[in-house]
Design a protein around this ligand. Structure first.
Ligand code: 6GU
Length: 221
């Protein structure tokens, strides 16, 4: 999966993508993540990416033209890339917005199956000029019932959640928590943990190696 992120704050992604599973997924080319900053393609003197809303109201609105220019660049450039062993490129454009359709694991799975390239447009300020959505035919997506200051955190959530649906990103696809059918309760060493004088034990059945009984226990915890 190729992620193309349109954001005026590309740096906020560095630490998360630069470590652990995301870092490995990128270095092993299971995913790619590229950034495109509207600030770099503004036409005005002061590199303004936002302006006051028509009709009045508080806050600023992100201007359409820089975002559309980047979107065109991404789709054109990517289609020109000759990657002989990959299938035909298929694009999906998402605009992150607290008012969008709810993101969940099923959404992540479907997108990963259907598309090779996902363009995520991160809004800041009060929102994005709606003509961006019309022109790019984007889907508005929200990651939950709370408002974030910008789409960047939501984009990171989406990159992480989609990446773990791609074969080979997790060491072992059996370790996918979302596919776990039984127990979410788990323990590791030590068998006895003492906290403030009180002893906390691992359930005995897990220590005894009777797999029939262990399966039974896991169904109920
Ligand atoms: Cl996608 N964006 C913002 N700004 N806030 C959100 C969100 C997205 N999803 C939930 N809250």
């Amino acid at each position: 999966m190729n992620f193309h992120i349109i954001t005026i704050f590309p740096n906020v992604f560095d630490s998360y993508l630069g470590d652990s599973i995301m870092k490995r997924a990128i270095s092993e080319e299971k995913i790619s993540v590229q950034f495109y900053n509207p600030r770099t393609v503004t036409k005005n003197k002061h590199n303004k990416v936002d302006d006051i809303p028509y009709g009045g109201g508080p806050g600023m609105v992100m201007m359409a033209e820089p975002i559309i220019e980047l979107w065109e660049t991404i789709t054109k450039k990517t289609l020109l890339e000759k990657v002989p062993f990959t299938k035909k490129r298929r694009f999906k454009t998402i605009v992150l917005s607290p008012g969008g359709v709810g993101f969940d694991t099923q959404y992540a799975k479907t997108i990963v199956q259907k598309y090779t390239d996902i363009i995520i447009i991160c809004g800041r300020y009060e929102g994005i000029d709606s003509r961006v959505i019309q022109i790019t035919q984007a889907e508005l997506v929200s990651i939950g019932n709370y408002v974030l200051t910008g789409g960047e955190l939501a984009a990171m959530v989406i990159i992480d959640s989609m990446s773990r649906q791609i074969d080979g990103v997790l060491g072992n696809s059996n370790s996918r928590e979302e596919d776990r059918i039984s127990s979410h309760e788990m323990y590791t060493r030590p068998a006895e943990l003492i906290h403030k004088g009180k002893k906390y034990h691992v359930p005995k059945v897990l220590m005894e190696g009777n797999h029939k009984l262990i399966d039974e226990w896991r169904k109920n915890h």
